[in-house]
Structures are given as structure tokens and as C-alpha cells.
Design a protein. Structure first.
Length: 586
């Protein structure tokens, strides 16, 4: 196929237009994003809410304000598809046809084309691009929803049971195949003015006829992208090696190393920005080749120096020098060795002891945890015992709920040899050792439990050594309103709106929701944030340096070890972690 003759040229010549497209889109998205956020918060405020989260998402389906927010969100997703997907397809087509396209006209055509997605078939495409692709982790996504994910606590359950894992794998494979089969559906819609139904059939026909070539071409493209990643990674490893060997008192060499480090990371950031546009150029060239049955070929344009690329590079160079100077002369001030983020042992002691037991509290203290999190539930006769699940089947081998047993019956149970403790025993065990995060859990988590928990905490004189937390915001709001002296925390794995304004002292967010901007927003509101549940080494390292107040983790011993490792890092390593987050963490 003649398109192969100029395999790299289309990508190189497309860079100026891609940069301009991204700059304009960034401005447009910023303006609309601000308007969408303002309108949504206004609607929520009118309904007496500051935000909608995982604990009260049903609000969206029970109030007219919720329906309007859903409509605005759908419009926003469609707008992002028009700006970031459709516009790129239009731009790619014109670049490959040898034109010098007007980027503004490509954006206009891409945005106006979203009206073609109105309808049942279009809604499926919107859901696939806006929700399924980011959640499943493959295919093209839009920046608005690229951080959507399945919460880790759900994935851990799915991965641990074949009953859930096998269907999940089957669904993943089917959705992946659907994405491949209909990969050209938008191309037919935009470039050949087909209806969605016609374009879908056409995409299936093209893939069926050219699937071998498609697989080969995509693999080659991905290999080249992987090669670029390997080159950048090799450069990064080299700079890190230099940084580790440099005497931290040698300011000149430290400055040079930091400059090299920032340069490599900026190159990586630029490469990241080009990956999706390059993928669209590749897909568009394949579509044009398959649609013309091999008769199409790339129309080469004359090479011209682009003022935009020159300006872009100039700004990048200035930024490198500015950041290098700032970092070099303020390493200890901006990148302190001391880790300020603590860690909280999940279910009392995490992996280091039987869960939700006194032994867990002791293990958490032994490994230097700042806090320990437990789950309390009410027994049949009104006492409070500690257990995470709805019943004792997994932990103690009895498929009965705490609410179905008396305290005496619970006392007969063992968790890996350890007795099931009462709330009072856990308070006493944690006194003077760790902050106890008390989650109101299960079907008995009600206002009576809240009142009783507060009463017990006060009786034990441990107001300053406890935080009452819950997945139910109504309970937390009730405690914070009626017992403002009690420390409270709201657990949410997803939230939309003015999250920092929730009526509580702590906000506990899932990993993907705990962005640097969210952490800053919560701190500016005078609240604290902890991240749950962080168990992988890389994630533990990232969040210990993220500025969050604490992480909840099962890997208590490993968190202690990583904390020490981070505090012993050479200056260049500390800078690397911080600058990497600056470039790549939202």
C-alpha cells in the first residue's frame, strides 16, 4: 500500500496543527468546564446540597436538579467528544489529503457533528467513549472522564472470586472486540457523511476484509510508540543514576542534573500529548486506505517551519531554565526529606495481624502507624463489636450477622485465633498509641449507633484520639452538627460538586479521586484528607509524597519501610518524584 512510503512524514508535518488544536481545545474546555461546574454547584445548592457522592448518588435520580445535572453532564461529554475526538478525525483527514487545514474550521465541524450522535446509537457511542473506555482501560477516551475507574475495593472482590472474575473477563473481551469492530464508525459518519447505522456496517465490513493488515499496522504503530517510551525511560534512568552519584553539596552538578531531569520529563509530557493525535492519524490513514481499496495515498505537503512549534519550544526551554533555577536553590524548602503524610492501618492492623482485633492495634503501633481504622456493628442485645463484613462467615466461620447474635455469642468467635473485640476494648487498646478511626458499619449504622459511639468516646475521654467515619454522609452530618467537638470523616470513592464543603473534619477519598488539585482544595477549606485503600508500593510512595494527611493501607509494615526509604532519598530523587507528579498527576 502506497501509504507506507511516507510512514513518518504525516506525523511530523501534523505537529503544528495538533499543537494549535490542543491549545484552542484547552481554552474551550476550560471555559465550558468552569461554566458547567458553576451551573452544577448552583443547582446542587438550590437543592440544599454541596456535592453528590457515592453515598448519596440516588439524589441525581430523585430531584429535578439531579436530572438537569445529568443532562448538563451528557452535553459536556458530547462537547468533549466533538472537541477531542471528532475534530481530530476531521483534522487528520485534511492533513493526510495534503491540505493546510484551518484548525478552527476543523474544530467547528467536529463540534457541530455531535448532533449526529443524538439518538440511541449515538448514545451508545457516547457511553462507550465517555464511560466504558476509561473504566476498562483501553481505547480512545476523553480528558473529562479519563480518570474514571472501578474502585479498588470492588476490584479486589472481583479478582478474589472466580464467580465474579470469569464473567468480568468475558465482558472485558467482548467490549474490547466491539471497540475494534466499530473502530471506524466515526470516520464513516464524519468523512463520508454516512448515517450511524451505515457507518457501523461499513466499519464491520472494512475490519472483516482487512483485519490481518489492521492488526499488523496497529502493532507496528504501538511498537514505535513503545520504542519512544523506552528511549525516554532509558534517559530517565541515566539521569537518575547521575543524580544518585552526585554529591549533594556539589551545587553545580546538582543543578545540571535537575535541568536534565526536567528536560526529560518535559519531553515525556510532550510525547504523551502527541500519542492520541498520532493514533487518530494512523486510524484515519487506514480508513482511507481500506475505503479506497488501496487506491488512496498520502499527499505530501512542502515542509515549512512553523512559528507555533518554534514558540512552543522556546516556551519549553524557558520553563526548563526557570524550573531548574527554582528547584536548585530551594531543594530543602520545596522538597523536604521528611514525609509529612502518615499511614492508617486498615481494619486495625492491615496485613500484619488478624483484622479488626486488638492484636491489629498493637501491630499498627509497632510499625509506626499514625492511626488504625476499625468497623463497629451493633449486636442483638445492643452492644458494639468490631467486624467489617455483613456477617462473620469470612472472618470467624459463622454466617450470622452481629445483629443476630448477643455479645456473649460473639465472644465465642475467633478471628485467626484472636477474639472478636468490643468497641470499648479497641478504644482502650489504641489509647496513647494510634488515632482510632471508627467506621459506623452495616445495617445497624444509624443515629442510635452515632449517639452511642459519641457517648462511649467521651466516657473514655478519647475525643482527641478518635475520628468517627462513615460511608453515609447523613450520619456524619448528624454527628458534626450535634457533636461538633467530635472529629468526623466522610468516606467517598467518588464525588461531584463542592466536595471540600462537606460538613466534616476529614474527607476520605479513593486513590483516583485524590488528585493534587483535590488535595489542595480540601486543605484550603480547612479540612484534612486521607486516601483509601493504598496497598501497592508505587501507590504508597506516590501518596506519601502527595501532600495528603494520611493513607489507609493494609500494607502497614511496607508503608513504614517506604516512609524510611523516602526520607533517606538523595535530593535529586526527591525532586524527580515531585516534578513527575507536577507533569503527570492531575
Amino acid at each position: 500500500m502506497k501509504e507506507k512510503k511516507h510512514r513518518f512524514l504525516p506525523y511530523r508535518q501534523a505537529i503544528p496543527s495538533i499543537l494549535l488544536l490542543q491549545i484552542i481545545n484547552m481554552v474551550a474546555i476550560g471555559v465550558w468546564g468552569g461554566l458547567f461546574s458553576w451551573l452544577s454547584r448552583l443547582l446542587l445548592k438550590g437543592a440544599g446540597k454541596v456535592a453528590v457522592s457515592s453515598g448519596d448518588f440516588l439524589f441525581l435520580f430523585t430531584h429535578w436538579q439531579g436530572y438537569v445535572v445529568i443532562l448538563l453532564a451528557l452535553i459536556t461529554v458530547m462537547l468533549f467528544i466533538g472537541l477531542e475526538v471528532n475534530s481530530l478525525i476531521v483534522l487528520s483527514n485534511r492533513l493526510l489529503s495534503g491540505e493546510k487545514p484551518s484548525v478552527l474550521l476543523c474544530i467547528k465541524e467536529g463540534v457541530l457533528s455531535i448532533k449526529k450522535l443524538i439518538g440511541p446509537r449515538g448514545l451508545l457511542i457516547i457511553l462507550y467513549l465517555g464511560l466504558l473506555s476509561p473504566i476498562l482501560g483501553f481505547g480512545v477516551t476523553i480528558s473529562l472522564t479519563q480518570n474514571l475507574y472501578i474502585p479498588n475495593f470492588i476490584m479486589s472482590v472481583v479478582e478474589s472470586k472466580a464467580f465474579f472474575l470469569i464473567p468480568a473477563i468475558i465482558v472485558f473481551i467482548l467490549l474490547f472486540l466491539v471497540g475494534i469492530i466499530y473502530v471506524f464508525i466515526l470516520h464513516g459518519l464524519l468523512l463520508d457523511k454516512m448515517s450511524l447505522k451505515e457507518s457501523g456496517k461499513n466499519s464491520v465490513r472494512l475490519l472483516k476484509k482487512n483485519w490481518k493488515n489492521f492488526i499488523v499496522e496497529i502493532i507496528i504503530f504501538l511498537l514505535f510508540m513503545a520504542l519512544a517510551v523506552l528511549v525516554l525511560y532509558g534517559m530517565l534512568v541515566g539521569v537518575r543514576a547521575i543524580g544518585s552519584a552526585v554529591d549533594e553539596n556539589n551545587r553545580a552538578m546538582t543543578t545540571v542534573t535537575i535541568g536534565l531531569l526536567i528536560t526529560v520529563l518535559m519531553l515525556a509530557a510532550m510525547a504523551t500529548q502527541l500519542y492520541v493525535p498520532f493514533l487518530f492519524i494512523k486510524l484515519t490513514s487506514l480508513y482511507k486506505t481500506y475505503q479506497s481499496e488501496g487506491e488512496w495515498h498520502y499527499e505530501k505537503r512542502p515542509n515549512r517551519k512553523s512559528p507555533l512549534v518554534i514558540a512552543y519550544l522556546a516556551v519549553a526551554v524557558l520553563l526548563i531554565f526557570a524550573m531548574t533555577a527554582l528547584v536548585s536553590f530551594g531543594i530543602d524548602q520545596f522538597f523536604p526529606a521528611k514525609v509529612s503524610t502518615g499511614f492508617i492501618a486498615h481494619r486495625a492492623g492491615g496485613f500484619e495481624a488478624p483484622e479488626n482485633t486488638v492484636a491489629g492495634i498493637e501491630a499498627a503501633h509497632e510499625y509506626g502507624a499514625w492511626g488504625a481504622e476499625i468497623d463497629i456493628q451493633r449486636t442483638k442485645d445492643g452492644y458494639y463489636v468490631v467486624n467489617h463484613d455483613a456477617d462473620f462467615a469470612r472472618t470467624a466461620g459463622l454466617a450470622k450477622k452481629p445483629s443476630e447474635l448477643t455479645l456473649e455469642e460473639v465472644r465465642q468467635l475467633k478471628v485467626d485465633g484472636e477474639p472478636v473485640p468490643t468497641f470499648e476494648e479497641m478504644l482502650e487498646a489504641s489509647r496513647g498509641k494510634v488515632i482510632l478511626f471508627v467506621e459506623l458499619k452495616g445495617e445497624t449504622a444509624d443515629k442510635k449507633m452515632a449517639d452511642d459511639a459519641v457517648k462511649t468516646i467521651k466516657e473514655y475521654n478519647m475525643v482527641d484520639e478518635t475520628v468517627v467515619i462513615s460511608l453515609g454522609y447523613e450520619l456524619i452530618d448528624y454527628i458534626e452538627t450535634n457533636y461538633p467537638e467530635i472529629n468526623t470523616g466522610y468516606l467517598a470513592f467518588a464525588s461531584f460538586g463542592d466536595t471540600a464543603s462537606y460538613n466534616c473534619d476529614y474527607l476520605a477519598l479513593e486513590e483516583e479521586t485524590s488528585t493534587s488539585s483535590m488535595i489542595d482544595e480540601i486543605h484550603e477549606a480547612g479540612k484534612k484528607i486521607f486516601v483509601w485503600t493504598v496497598n501497592e508500593d508505587d501507590d504508597i510512595e506516590d501518596f506519601l509524597r502527595s501532600g495528603a494527611d494520611a493513607i489507609i493501607t493494609d500494607a502497614v509494615k511496607r508503608s513504614s519501610e517506604i516512609t524510611k526509604e523516602l526520607e533517606e532519598q538523595p535530593p535529586v530523587e526527591r525532586v524527580l518524584d515531585a516534578v513527575t507528579r507536577f507533569f503527570f498527576v492531575p
